[in-house]
Design a protein around this ligand. Structure first.
Ligand code: ZN
Length: 284
């Protein structure tokens, strides 16, 4: 649960307890906790929401696009789970797990994050040559990050290490903060241009990466259509062209030895009775 606040954790344990009670369990198990984590991140599962086959297919490629970029871009957080089970407002989602709690991000990490946020739309465009409204929230995220890079983090080479615009009001009100400008119209124009440039570059990088790994995208999306959810290890196997499920574990050595030994022996034994073919002499 990296990135969870104390309140998120309390909420998660509470959800886990409610689920366990509903399932008549005396203890909260990992099953309930996994479900509780996803509830905190993405809201309750919407089993009643039925997607049309086409919507489902688009959702699969969209989420596969996010997941692939999370997996492939060098400083992106790796995907922990990708699913096309609707939850909350989302038709599907990817949970990314940073290796640890993080409070400080490098420029490249933020750029990768923006590219990952755009990955859903990129995949839709590559595969269907048309796009849906499903990426609205992704764009908000990507644009917000790009704006922060330019106006708050001083990460735009063009505008330099400046803090542009002062934000008032309590942090928890989020995007409804009142912004007061401390810059000219001309700078406002430059800010918008920089944000657009960052978004465009991240989008192009995402498109190049997914295009290069188009087969992997195809495999992951098809596996999602079949299984609905993929955990990190399954995702990695599918991407590599292996089946999502591990082959059944080999039988325990104690029970197996006769069979295990007999087989290679049988194979190695030469077939009796068949004369060896001699190479035909070359006609001279
Ligand atoms: Zn998306």
């Amino acid at each position: 649960t990296p990135g969870f606040s104390g309140a998120d954790l309390a909420n998660m344990v509470n959800e886990g307890a409610l689920l366990a009670a509903r399932r008549n369990k005396k203890k909260i198990t990992m099953d309930e906790m996994e479900e509780a984590i996803e509830r905190v991140i993405a809201g309750p599962q919407r089993k009643s929401r039925i997607l049309s086959p086409k919507e489902r297919e688009i959702a699969a490629y969209h989420e596969a696009g996010h997941a692939l970029l999370g997996k492939l871009l060098p400083t992106a957080d790796p995907p922990h789970k990708v699913t096309i089970l609707p939850r909350g407002m989302a038709l599907g989602y990817v949970i990314f797990t940073p290796p640890e709690d993080k409070y400080n991000y490098t420029r490249n990490e933020i750029l990768d994050r923006i590219a990952v946020a755009l990955g859903g739309r990129v995949a839709e465009e590559i595969v269907f040559s048309e796009v849906t409204t499903g990426a609205q929230n992704d764009f908000e995220q990507a644009t917000e990050l790009a704006r922060k890079m330019v106006t708050e983090f001083g990460m735009s080479e063009k505008l330099g290490p400046l803090s542009l615009g002062k934000r008032h009001g309590p942090i928890f009100l989020g995007r409804d903060l009142v912004e007061s400008r401390n810059y000219s119209e001309e700078i406002a124009y430059e800010i918008d241009k920089e944000i657009r440039r960052i978004i465009d570059e991240c989008y192009e990088r995402g498109r190049a990466t997914i295009t290069e790994h188009r087969e992997g995208l195809e495999r992951v999306a098809q596996a999602l259509l079949e299984k609905e959810s993929l955990e990190a290890e399954e995702l990695n196997r599918v991407f590599a062209g292996l089946p999502a499920d591990l082959p059944p574990a080999p039988a325990a050595p104690a029970a197996a030895p006769p069979a295990a030994e007999a087989q290679p022996e049988a194979k190695a034994r030469p077939e009796p009775g068949l004369p060896k073919l001699k190479p035909k002499p070359e006609p001279s």
